[in-house]
Design a protein around this ligand. Sequence first.
Ligand code: ZN
Ligand code: ZN
Length: 185
Amino acid sequence: MAPLHQVPIPKPFQSVYLEDLFEKCTGCECDLLGEQVPYAVAKHFVVKEPVFEAALCMTCVASMQSQETQERITAFVQSLKRELPEDFDPETYTWEDGLKACLLCAKLREDCRRYQTLGVCMQAELLVVPPPSPSPYMICEDCNEQMSKLLSKQTKDNWDRFMERITDDPPAIELDSPRFDPVFM
Ligand SMILES: [Zn+2]
Ligand SMILES: [Zn+2]
């Protein structure tokens, strides 16, 4: 098992809307801070501005992403995984490292117009897990687009319903853009 440490949830994995930690699952409203269950904080950025954020308990992630989708994503990620540098030291890995570049193609975050970040949290802490299956991580728009194609119709429908429910108005900035689905690994 990979070495793992936990840090108090840093700003990028707090809610922009609440200006604090997420308290409830965006899907089922279960208590995230009180329970000893992992949850995922996902955000989408366009030109560095957050346009979507959600905290989802693992039960909601599992009910959102069909088994078929999950298997396709796992296979896709395995096929793309980058070799770790020979001098890679998991002991010195920090959560900031996970946000520097796309997990799949290594494109730098500063060069991305749109990207997704995801971190696994437990109560008020962010789990820091070094590669090959890191937390947190970021995915560039090109890789997200490829992964979106892997989502089953059922998963896409689930996300559409979810997005309709949590957003009052679709963000205008997204309207002329290609589809950008949250992807959980
Ligand atoms: Zn939930
Ligand atoms: Zn990428």
